[in-house]
Design a binder for this molecule. Structure first.
Ligand code: AP5
Ligand code: MG
Ligand code: ZN
Length: 209
């Protein structure tokens, strides 16, 4: 199946996507991860995107659409994929229609206060990208990744002003996609409030895996 994960920043899209991708044996494609990888490697794309991302804005539709179109043309997407964080605007969703067929738009249902708390405590692995939360999902050893031993860091866009801006941008540019997919008949709501294992269980039950 071809999924898109829709929801506010910090809703747990990446956390669920990593596990759901394993369960369904399909790739997890996160535009945010692709941008961060480019920033880390100092590419031209990374240089263009860094200031925008740190401030909590959106990278241009043109750049982002091109990147996703290219990624979806790769053979590992033939049996399905999870697009996490794309589309994020109506023009992106319209462009996606021209080169992909989406089976389900999974909408993460959660209140703003909860996402602010989740983002405020998030730490990520520098090497493998695994997410942790200092309170809800702490690593076994402080500052170290359970999976690969890599160093944990706080994303530059997980600072208070940037979080607030991402929420504003989400409401204005991304939330309209909920109606866009509702009208197409493939919106599926998921309760994003429970613990990660519960959210994964609900996802598997909804999509029969
Ligand atoms: P992106 O990386 O997609 O960031 P985001 O949408 O802001 O979402 P996050 O990754 O912050 O949150 P998440 O929902 O994945 O939550 P997570 O699982 O980490 O994009 C970054 C930037 O790139 C954008 O701001 C933009 O600039 C640019 N960009 C990306 N795509 C773009 C596009 N299409 N167009 C234009 N620009 C684009 O969880 C958060 C925390 O909560 C973690 O600490 C986790 O451990 C914890 N947690 C997760 N689930 C639970 C749970 N169930 N219970 C308790 N804690 C939980
Ligand atoms: Mg994410
Ligand atoms: Zn790691």
């Amino acid at each position: 199946m071809n999924f898109i994960f829709l929801g506010p920043p910090g809703a747990g899209k990446g956390t669920l996507a990593k596990e759901a991708a394993k369960a369904f044996n399909i790739p997890h494609i996160s535009t945010g991860d692709i941008f961060r990888e480019n920033i880390k490697n100092g590419t031209e794309l990374g240089k263009k995107a860094k200031a925008i991302i740190d401030a909590g804005g959106l990278v241009s539709d043109e750049i982002t659409i091109g990147l996703v179109k290219d990624r979806l043309s790769q053979p590992d997407t033939a049996n399905g994929y999870i697009l996490d964080g794309f589309p994020r605007t109506i023009p992106q969703a319209e462009a996606l229609e021209s080169f992909a067929k989406i089976d389900a738009a999974v909408n993460f249902d959660i209140a703003d206060e909860a996402v602010v708390e989740r983002l405020g405590g998030r730490v990520c692995c520098k090497d493998c990208g695994q997410m942790y939360h200092v309170k809800f999902n702490p690593p076994k050893v402080e500052g170290k990744c359970d999976k690969c031993g890599g160093e944990l860091y706080t994303r530059d866009d997980d600072k208070t002003e940037s979080i607030q801006n991402r929420l504003v941008v989400y409401r204005k540019s991304t939330a309209p996609l909920i109606d866009f997919y509702k009208e197409k008949g493939n919106l599926v709501d998921i309760d994003a409030r429970p613990a990660p294992e519960k959210v994964l269980e609900e996802f598997k039950a909804k999509f029969k895996k």
